[in-house]
Design a protein around this ligand. Structure first.
Ligand code: ADP
Ligand code: ADP
Length: 232
């Protein structure tokens, strides 16, 4: 489903160049929940942003769902992003819009007619467990509910891949668990491939099938979670 081959990302900076991702190759299977863990500055965000064209690799290639995303632009990139959706640590919701309007937003952009939009939004609200909160504004929701809106919005256009950028890092442990359980349900029910980055071991242990450990832009370990994090 995802093929990352010899990818390198070098940022220009005042002090010279920063190699954020250094010769990373990872193959992720369809239906897999794949985690990337590492300390701050390890290159996790840069790597995940290259999976949906938010960053362009300096070298190497990224193929997602048979589409090369490492060098596409414009309308092609917008189309690819309907299939490669993303959720964020701080939710990135539209604050002046209701739950329903936030979830309908990507459907509007995709040109889905209003009647179909409403039906799809209702399905999504059910799926993420937000029934009764349709007309609330983000400021009236708990952190967990905000992330449920983020997830519903990300799933609106039936993506093949969901990218999660520290999606539970702003939540308390109990809420984190409920969001992780929702991600597992979605993975099972929809067969969605999930790639998540985190600095929390707990998140990896709880839901990931395989994990890559990043350090200084490189993958230093990769394998099934139970092998990589064996209890001594
Ligand atoms: P992580 O997500 O693991 O914290 P990042 O991918 O954000 O790691 O960062 C990896 C390295 O790249 C860090 O040294 C960071 O300072 C640098 N970096 C990230 N984004 C930029 C940017 N836009 N410009 C310059 N350097 C950057
Ligand atoms: P719109 O342009 O659709 O009316 P806004 O201008 O209200 O949406 O918000 C645009 C973006 O700005 C949101 O996606 C959100 O990330 C950010 N934002 C707006 N208001 C706030 C806020 N009070 N707190 C945090 N982020 C906000």
């Amino acid at each position: 489903m995802i093929s990352i081959k010899n990818v390198k990302k070098i940022y220009p900076s005042q002090k010279g160049k920063v190699t954020a991702v250094d010769d990373v190759s990872i193959e992720i299977k369809e239906g897999e929940i794949f985690g990337v863990i590492g300390y701050s500055g390890a290159g996790k965000s840069t790597l995940i942003r290259m999976l949906n064209g938010l960053e362009i690799p300096t070298e190497g290639s990224v193929v997602v769902a048979n589409k090369k995303v490492s060098n596409i632009k414009g309308s092609e990139l917008r189309k690819a992003r309907q299939e490669i959706s993303m959720i964020f640590q701080h939710f990135n919701l539209l604050w002046s819009r209701t739950v329903r309007e936030n979830i309908a937003f990507p459907l509007e952009i995709a040109g889905i007619p209003k009647s179909q939009r409403q039906k799809r939004v209702d399905e999504l609200i059910n799926l993420v467990g937000l029934s009764g909160r349709e007309d609330a504004y983000p400021s009236q929701l708990s952190g967990g509910q905000k992330q449920r809106v983020g997830i519903a919005r990300a799933l609106a256009n039936n993506p093949k891949v969901l990218l999660c950028d520290e999606a539970t890092s702003a939540l308390d442990p109990q809420t984190t668990d409920s969001i992780l359980e929702l991600l597992v349900d979605i993975n099972k029910e929809l067969g969605l491939t999930i790639v998540l980055i985190t600095h929390e071991m707990h998140v990896i242990r709880k839901i990931c099938h395989r994990v890559a450990v990043m350090e200084g832009g490189r993958v230093v370990e990769l394998g099934p979670v139970l092998d990589v994090f064996k209890n001594p």
